[in-house]
Design a protein around this ligand. Structure first.
Ligand code: UT7
Length: 335
């Protein structure tokens, strides 16, 4: 397809989400591991999370896109590209994007999965926005979907209380009005963090075997204390840097949309940006850490609750396994 000459921004023009019905509250965890409601709330901010009982990541992603389509004029055959950010694909291959394409009937789309853990939505949003800006594509679906309960060890109290299942999707379309849409990004990876947050087994390095199963290498491993420190610094610094780069003061920012891993990391990021609590999107209390779904689900819920208005400047920020981290600056374009 020919590249167009006229500069466009990519803008989010529709949103959707899917939250499974089953709720795991803190009381449930008190019954399975040595923990308590007060510890979980004070150390993480989480009260409950969701669990997908019948279905996988692609089902949740497809439900989120169907919800988006139900609430917009988008028809499945109009979709050009589907990008699924996930670390819990249904299987290594085919990609979740193919499964979602089939489930929603997007018969003219191509797509792929993107693996950047908790920064997955940001990396996918940047990728999708560049596809739009190139002029080659007009309708790009970006989904963050993770079934974290599938890789959680429910005997490990350090980690099992943290994660939940969720999916959320956005539609990117071009806008010629450059006052709106995705305006800037700062994204990073640093593979030296690989041993602090990862799933050790099942890949080509340590293929599934009795050893990998016996050692629980198919579950998330996280050194929480180590990751906490780098996450605070990474998310706070990158959020501050993107504001500075774009000459934004805290008054110019309507909302910080942070990855929801830990309320204390979110508070530290907001403090560094000089942003008050009311301007921070939060849903960690109801869903826990849902990896690639945290940021789009916050945006979807705040938009649907009437808290987002056209012209609002948002700073999206995340930190995750890899390490991966970054921030995106956008101006909301839906009335
Ligand atoms: O999303 C991708 C990036 N990931 C993150 O950003 C997560 C970063 N890390 C964290 O959010 C936090 O480190 C955790 C929430 C995972 C843990 O909080 P913490 O304040 O760092 O706790 P800790 O690991 O330092 O543990 C403090 C104490 C320990 O006991 P001792 O050794 O002091 O006696 C733990 O054994 O709390 C204990 N503990 C628990 N107690 C009750 C750990 N897990 C639990 C639990 N219930 N579930």
């Amino acid at each position: 397809m020919p590249l167009q000459n006229k500069k466009v921004n990519a803008a989010i023009t529709a949103v959707g989400m899917y939250a499974p019905d089953k709720i795991l509250d803190n009381k449930y965890f008190e019954s399975i591991v040595e923990t308590n409601n007060e510890w979980i709330i004070s150390r993480t901010g989480i009260k409950e999370r969701r669990m997908m009982e019948n279905g996988a990541t692609s089902d949740m992603a497809a439900f989120a896109v169907q919800d988006l389509m139900k609430n917009s004029r988008l028809k499945p055959e109009e979709i050009d590209v589907i990008i699924v950010a996930t670390v819990t694909p249904d299987m290594f291959f085919p990609a979740c994007a193919c499964l979602v394409q089939d489930k929603i009937g997007a018969k003219n789309a191509w797509g792929f999965d993107l693996s950047a853990a908790c920064s997955g939505f940001l990396f996918a949003l940047e990728t999708g926005s560049k596809l739009i800006e190139s002029g080659a594509y007009k309708k790009v679906i970006v989904v963050g979907s993770d079934k974290m309960t599938a890789i959680t060890d429910y005997t490990d109290r350090n980690n099992c209380i943290l994660f939940g299942d969720l999916a959320s999707a956005v539609l990117l379309e071009p806008t010629e009005d450059l006052n709106y849409g995705i305006k800037d990004s700062l994204l990073y990876v640093d593979g030296t963090g690989k041993d602090n947050l990862y799933m050790k087994g099942g890949g080509s390095l340590r293929p599934a075997s009795h050893e990998t199963v016996d050692n629980k290498w198919h579950y998330i491993y996280q050194d929480g204390k180590v990751v906490f420190k780098v996450a605070v610094k990474g998310m706070a610094d990158v959020s501050y840097d993107i504001m500075k780069k774009n000459n934004l003061t805290s008054d110019d920012v309507a909302y910080l949309v942070p990855h929801q891993a830990n309320m204390r990391i979110i508070d530290a990021t907001a403090e560094r940006m000089g942003i008050t609590k009311e301007k921070v999107m939060i849903n960690i209390d109801r869903y826990g850490n849902t990896t690639a779904a945290t940021i789009p689900s916050c945006i979807t819920e705040y938009y649907r609750n009437g808290k987002l208005k056209k012209g609002d400047n948002l700073i999206l920020a995340a930190f995750g396994a890899g390490y991966t981290w970054g921030a995106i600056y956008l101006t909301w374009s839906i009335d």
